[in-house]
Design a protein around this ligand. Structure first.
Ligand code: NDP
Length: 449
């Protein structure tokens, strides 16, 4: 296994997030390979860590001042053993091939945990939508889709949103796909409601995260009622994680963006959260404006020289990271433990560094890895695909009910797999093992392809 890890690093030395994601999985699935030698004989690890296909392309576009820009587009089609490639598109200046490969790799296991028929993929661009006009974003999306349309399709590869790609971007991308292909199909998920979207899809990742966390609490005979929560991010996942935590009686103390975070000791209630939604989704403003509107709040500017994020250094019961990868390092984890946090449920993808995770596991905290905790988003994307195929729309209660059942099932699957392999209560091991076994069994059934 060490040999394989070394080979992966030597082959693509710059892809450190991908190495991190692969290493975590390799470590936790070792007992499965020891128990079933056929997996090693069939080189499943070598196969599962190499994408089936990677597409990289130039995305030229023109800004409102007629200036030409060139960005890079990516789609990594990681694994289609369990269904068509499925996973979001991220538009953020930090995007590179290593980030997209890590996200695609994680997506394979996550999608398999949902039980729905979906393979794994991910894509995006280093385009930064921040500060761009709607017309600029539209021109970028059209240029991006002018290449991507060749590679995707309702039965091949179905992208969705991620950081920087919300309802506006999905609309522009879908419009261009429809024009180029001359067909109206469910090729993207996260669509608006009046043209093929599903109720609860915008809420699904955040709601699912809290449903999973509530399941973990239930194993200790606890609920969210009265629990204080630290939440990072203020985008899609953070907003709906906060909304569901509030609905279940939790108290939300923090939100953030890439410039800084707000601490509202009185709690971010439903009315304040509505302000955040308008601020972020419509006005596209900064979280610091929350502190201008609600003066009892403390705003702290981000300071990378600190070496830790002060957002994670407040007394609380739960931490729900919902911004981005590696946002909780070892020192943040130590601060969380010292402040009495007993539950961490990851809305963002891979938000905790390996050293932080080790600390959570050593302290036997309730720790839900992103593959399991944020699988609700792609699960409801799967339900959107099902509705599109049947050309019907399910009511809100039906989709939410199915989401709850899926999250409950994923929770049980993780616990069962962890116990079966001698790691009771270790959701990380459980999620990796359960996701892995389903995917590699499907790969073995389908031969060497
Ligand atoms: P959004 O773009 O809606 O929001 C992202 C939030 O995180 C913003 O508040 C953003 O701040 C902040 N953020 C982004 N990058 C950084 C950074 N480098 N440092 C600090 N803050 C940052 O994205 P989502 O809410 O959709 O995604 C959040 C996380 O959840 C990601 O890890 C994503 O992969 C994951 N996820 C999303 C799913 C979905 O359905 N949307 C499904 C599963 C996982 P700012 O506005 O300043 O950029």
């Amino acid at each position: 296994m060490n040999e394989l890890m070394q080979k992966i690093k030597d082959r693509d030395p710059a892809e450190k997030e991908f190495h991190q994601a692969v290493y975590e999985v390799l470590q936790t699935v070792k007992p499965v390979l020891d128990r079933y030698p056929q997996y090693r004989q069939s080189a499943v690890l070598e196969r599962i860590t190499e994408p089936e296909r990677m597409i990289m392309f130039r995305v030229p576009w023109m800004d409102d001042q007629n200036q030409v820009h060139v960005n890079r587009g990516f789609r990594v089609e990681m694994n289609s053993a369990r269904g068509p490639y499925k996973g979001g598109l991220r538009f953020h200046p930090s995007v590179n091939l290593g980030i997209i490969k890590f996200l695609a790799f994680e997506q394979v296991f996550k999608n398999s945990l949902t039980t729905l028929s979906m393979g794994g993929g991910k894509g995006g661009s280093d385009f930064n939508p921040k500060g761009r006009s709607d017309n600029e974003v539209m021109r970028f999306c059209q240029s991006f889709m002018a290449e991507l349309f060749r590679h995707i399709g309702a039965n091949t590869d179905i992208p969705a949103g991620d950081i920087g790609v919300g309802a506006r971007e999905i609309g522009f991308l879908f419009g261009m796909y429809k024009k180029l292909r001359n067909e109206f199909t469910g090729v993207l998920t996260g669509k608006s409601l009046n043209w093929g979207g599903s109720l609860i899809r915008p809420e699904a990742t955040g709601y699912g995260n809290v449903y999973f966390a509530a399941e973990m609490l239930a194993t200790k005979n606890q609920t969210f009622a009265g629990k204080t929560c630290l939440i990072s991010g203020s985008g899609n996942v953070a907003q709906f994680t906060a909304e569901k935590a509030l609905e279940l009686g939790g108290r939300v103390l923090t939100l953030s963006d890439s410039s800084g975070y707000i601490l509202d000791e009185q709690g971010i209630d439903a009315e304040k959260l509505a302000f955040v939604k308008t601020l972020k989704n419509i006005r596209r403003g900064r979280i610091r404006e929350y502190a201008e509107k609600y003066p009892n709040t403390i705003y702290t500017e981000r300071d990378p020289s600190l070496g830790f994020n002060p957002l994670w250094n407040h007394k609380a019961d739960c931490a729900l990271p919902c911004a981005t990868e590696n946002e909780i390092n070892r020192q943040d984890a130590e601060n969380l433990v010292r402040n009495g946090v007993s539950l961490i449920s990851e809305g963002a993808n891979m938000p905790s560094t390996p050293e932080a995770i080790d600390l959570f596991l050593d302290h036997r905290l309730l720790y839900a890895p992103s593959k399991a905790a944020n699988a609700g988003g792609v699960a409801v994307s799967g339900l959107e695909m099902a509705q599109n195929s049947m050309r019907i729309n399910w009511p809100r209660e039906e989709v939410d009910g199915r989401l709850k059942i899926i999250m409950k099932f994923i929770h049980k699957t993780c616990l069962d797999a962890a116990a079966e392999y001698g790691e009771p209560g270790n959701y990380l091991a459980g999620a990796n093992i359960a996701g892995f076994v389903k995917v590699v069994d499907a790969m073995l059934d389908q031969g060497l392809v």
